[in-house]
Design a protein. Structure first.
Length: 179
């Protein structure tokens, strides 16, 4: 029993502490904006007009989307990339997109099928990346330029859907699901 406790203590002492820097902070900010976005749509409309809620939601989403670009850019620029950041960043992205799509389905601003395809694809690709990483072949499923365009298209479409400006956004969402 004592040997087990000593081994656990030694193992925890050997672990690297979670890196804390501006890129990681931006990623955590994106995660923390998700519940703010959710709560916004559950406020009584007597407090704010529907248009005000739509604009606020779109602005919150835009800030979160911009942190997605800035965290990676700054991490590479300042040489602050980390395994933890590489893990947390796509998780934050997937959570932000999935929650936004579920809100949009609830608000009848997009189709359930589109949301299911996109969320299913994101989960599948994330699982594939983790599986390949365990096999030591993470580079086989590394993020490609087409994936960055897909993410930009998704975020642009979600932004306009949150504004309740649906023209062409369902088409953009559907096209982004095919990449």
């Amino acid at each position: 029993m004592r040997i087990t406790v000593i081994i656990i203590i030694l193992q925890s002492a050997q672990r690297k502490p979670m890196p804390w820097n501006i890129p990681i902070f931006l990623t955590w900010l994106r995660v923390l904006l998700i519940p703010v976005l959710i709560v916004l749509f559950y406020l009584p409309f007597s407090w704010f007009s529907e248009e005000a809620v739509n604009v606020a939601a779109a602005v919150i989403f835009a800030v979160a989307a911009l942190t997605d670009w800035f965290d990676g850019f700054l991490a590479r620029l300042w040489k602050q990339t980390s395994d933890f950041g590489a893990f947390l960043d796509p998780v934050a992205d997937k959570l932000m997109v999935a929650v936004s799509l579920l809100l949009l389905v609830k608000l009848d601003r997009t189709y359930v099928l589109f949301a299911m395809i996109i969320i299913g694809r994101e989960i599948t690709i994330s699982a594939l990346r983790e599986w390949m990483a365990q096999m030591g072949k993470r580079s086989s499923v590394a993020v490609a330029t087409v994936g960055k365009f897909k993410t930009a298209a998704q975020m642009l479409a979600i932004f306009f859907l949150l504004l309740n400006f649906p023209d062409f956004t369902d088409l953009i969402l559907l096209l982004s699901a095919t990449y």
